[in-house]
Design a protein around this ligand. Structure first.
Ligand code: AHR
Length: 490
């Protein structure tokens, strides 16, 4: 028997809504076609933003959106993306597919998108090929209420009031596509750049330093030691893949049992990295003032056949839904350090929540996981003790159950995934201090591991689940193979 014991009286803190964040880069069809179609498009839109996509993201209560990259961020010059569109500079997107970037989606458009989504903007600015002045002036353009030439430019472009953007990333993957820097060098660059990113009246910046790749603990150590006191957040990137090498990645839709468990086992490793980097941060920041920000995570598979290899377009199955559940559960359980996470990437790229094809749109299984988990946003994390065995094949083993719990407005929410590919799992849940035979509701997402939603057919979606019995102390349920549930005790 697998058991989960939830103790709402033991909490490590509040689950920051921003853990449920997303990431949108000028990459493939993420922005152009996926989010932005322009005001003259026949696809229904408001000021150029696709209405269907905006509604789909609002339905999962997207709290924060990161932009413009990614690797693209360190080649992006914000001045190219403001002013009359026909005068905006054209560039070739050398990171992603060598397509022409006409800069028709720039600062004003991004902030209009965030306004429509009612989410917080998180801008990742250019260190790799930019200048300190360029970054400083972007902050001024966005946030200054004063009367300077830079601000007058904003007025001329139709925005009188400052936007008050707080979340500010100083470089992306500066150890790689963002400049191939050493941590010692980047630590100094971060100190310098952030100095001139001013706090304007009404907006205190939350300064985010580029953190490590995966298990690069030395990067975290050097950054925290040399620049920890200048930052509010430190990023970390880790993607889940299958296959022997990065170049020989497995596919999104076709995989065998071993590859199913390989991906889940790789996803679960995120916890090891969160703990490892948190330990280093604890050494320099025992009060946990600096947040760990996992601003790129998710499955990364081979691109779908017949698509531009530089566009990173991939489909998304129930296996990826489990990857999402594993991550979100572990971020909840570490919410005393993890303050934001951004799934890569929102629409039409890696583990997207939405895919589009012309005017058609489809919600992926991953979208449904975000929907099942949304009650955790801003809730008080509840201690969630899981007793279960491991499932897997060969070297690839993973806990059978992934879970987390929270409490908000008197309701306790438990989210749990059955990571067994083809075995149902008996589960007994106890919520301490609560009668279990009160008002309990559940929703479930379940399908065969390879199931996915296509433009013609969407077989994967969450449904009400009544297959549980509640006695005074326990809720007993049988979780179908490959499933994710949300259980709520009112
Ligand atoms: O998400 C795709 C790319 O992966 C991002 O641009 C980059 O930051 C990371 O390497």
């Amino acid at each position: 028997m697998n058991r989960i014991t939830v103790n709402p009286d033991r909490s490590i803190g509040t689950i920051n809504r921003n853990i449920y964040g997303h990431f949108s880069e000028h990459l493939g069809r993420c922005i152009y076609g996926g989010i932005y179609v322009g005001p003259d498009s026949p696809i229904p839109n408001v000021n150029g933003m696709r209405t269907d996509v905006v509604n789909a993201l609002k339905a999962i209560r997207i709290p924060v959106l990161r932009w413009p990259g990614g690797c693209f961020a360190d080649e992006y010059h914000w001045q190219d993306g403001i002013g009359p569109k026909d005068q905006r500079k054209r560039m070739v997107n050398t990171n992603w597919g060598h397509v022409v970037e006409d800069n028709s989606f720039g600062t004003h458009e991004f902030l209009e998108l965030c306004r429509q989504l009612e989410c917080e903007p998180y801008i990742n600015a250019n260190v790799g090929s930019g200048t300190v002045r360029e970054m400083a002036e972007w902050v001024e353009y966005l946030n200054s209420p004063g009367d300077s030439s830079v601000v007058r430019q904003r007025w001329a472009n139709g925005q009188k009031e400052p936007w008050g953007v707080k979340l500010w990333g100083v470089g992306n993957e500066s150890w790689g596509c963002g400049g191939n820097m050493r941590p010692e060098y980047y630590a100094d660059e971060f100190r310098r750049y952030q100095t001139y990113c001013r706090d304007y009246p009404g907006t205190k910046l939350y300064r985010i330093a580029c953190g490590p790749n995966t298990d690069d603990y030395r990067w975290s150590e050097v950054l925290m030691e040399r620049a920890g006191r200048f930052m509010d957040g430190l990023t970390m990137h880790y993607y889940s893949t299958t296959g022997p090498t990065w170049e020989q990645k497995g596919k999104a839709l076709s995989f065998d049992t071993a590859q199913f468990y390989e991906l889940l086992a790789k996803a679960a490793r995120m916890e090891e990295f969160v703990i490892g980097h948190s330990r280093i941060m604890d050494k320099y920041d025992p009060e946990r003032r600096v947040g760990l920000i996992v601003d790129e995570w998710g499955s990364w598979h081979q691109v779908e056949e017949g698509t531009n290899p530089g566009f990173l377009y991939q489909q998304n199955t129930m296996r990826d839904a489990l990857v999402a559940a594993i991550h979100l559960n572990l971020f909840n359980r570490h919410c005393d350090r993890v303050v934001m996470a951004n799934l890569a990437q929102t629409v039409n790229v890696l583990q997207s929540v939405v895919l589009t094809d012309g005017e058609r749109m489809v919600l992926t299984p991953t979208w449904h996981v975000f929907d099942l988990f949304k009650a955790h946003q801003g809730a008080k994390a509840a201690d969630c003790f899981v007793e279960c065995d491991r499932v897997g094949e060969g070297a690839w083993q993973v806990d059978r159950i992934s879970a987390s719990a929270s409490e908000k407005d008197g309701a306790v929410t438990l989210t749990a995934a059955n990571c067994a590919m083809d075995e149902a799992t008996q589960l007994r849940v106890r919520v301490l201090g609560r009668r279990a035979d009160g008002e309990a509701r559940a929703r479930i997402l379940t399908a065969e591991a390879h199931a996915f939603n296509s433009f013609g057919d969407s077989p994967v979606s969450a449904k009400e689940f009544t297959g549980f019995t509640a006695s005074a102390h326990f809720i007993d349920l049988e979780l179908p193979p490959c499933s994710v549930i949300e259980l709520t005790l009112a």
